[in-house]
Design a protein around this ligand. Sequence first.
Ligand code: AMP
Ligand code: MN
Ligand code: MN
Ligand code: MN
Length: 280
Amino acid sequence: MRYDLHSHSTASDGTLAPGELLRHAAAQGVDVLALTDHDVTAGLADAQHMAAEMGVALIAGVEISVTWHHQLLHIVGLGIDPAHEGLQRGLSGQRAFRLWRAEEIGRRLEKKGIAGALDGARALADGPSIGRTHFARYLVAQGEAKHLQDAFDRWLKRGKAAYVAGQWASLGDAIHWIRAAGGQAVIAHPMRYKLSATSFRSLLAEFKEAGGEALEVVSGSFPHGATPSLASYARRFGLLGSLGSDYHGPGHASELGRTPPLPEGCEPVWRDWLTPNCDP
Ligand code: AMP
Ligand code: MN
Ligand code: MN
Ligand code: MN
């Protein structure tokens, strides 16, 4: 069974529409795919439609932005009920912040002599969850950056002129919304946060205490050399292991369904799942 439990569509900052994403998943031999758009579940209905057609098991997911001790974290929810009101109330607050932040990013780029970025990013975000990636694509299209990474490095990452800090959900809120909607909370791409060992341990302890269930021990967004150490952290803190490409579309850093498997001895997050394709 090939699992990929972290991916994006045009509902947030992916470049494939949900249906196209599912076609691509089938072509890549993915058996179980989670669609985990940033702070939005709007892509899931179309994705589910095509999943049924393609014979791929779709896991309803979301990736929630969290502020934890001034650090931005991403918490993935897997197996959520997208109709859950409390979850949707939480996500719509996140998207309201995204809209305000987009205006602020636009103003800051304007001050630096880059006109039209807000409209440009809006035009590229055809879904309801606008983000920095849309600005990065606009900056590349305008010749203000060589590629996406360069746009983040010049303008959009923490410490740069168009980086807008702000208050996302708390870790406890994000876990609560996911659990209330029947899902499992997963710490996404832990190596991206560059936490000290001490902070990482306190994150894992707090996450577990608040009802978090899993850690992405394999991710398309960091080198696989980190996996053994992450798997041992997961074991030590009683967390399950998850894996995902963090796919954003063709030409982005990682391909769908191509991560290595979970290491031996790592309990998978799907241990207790009953997905249509998992029955022998
Ligand atoms: P946002 O949630 O709008 O703040 O945007 C975060 C998204 O931007 C991530 O999910 C990635 O898709 C992308 N991203 C963040 N940092 C970088 C980077 N250094 N290079 C390329 N893409 C990045
Ligand atoms: Mn993204
Ligand atoms: Mn992320
Ligand atoms: Mn992601």
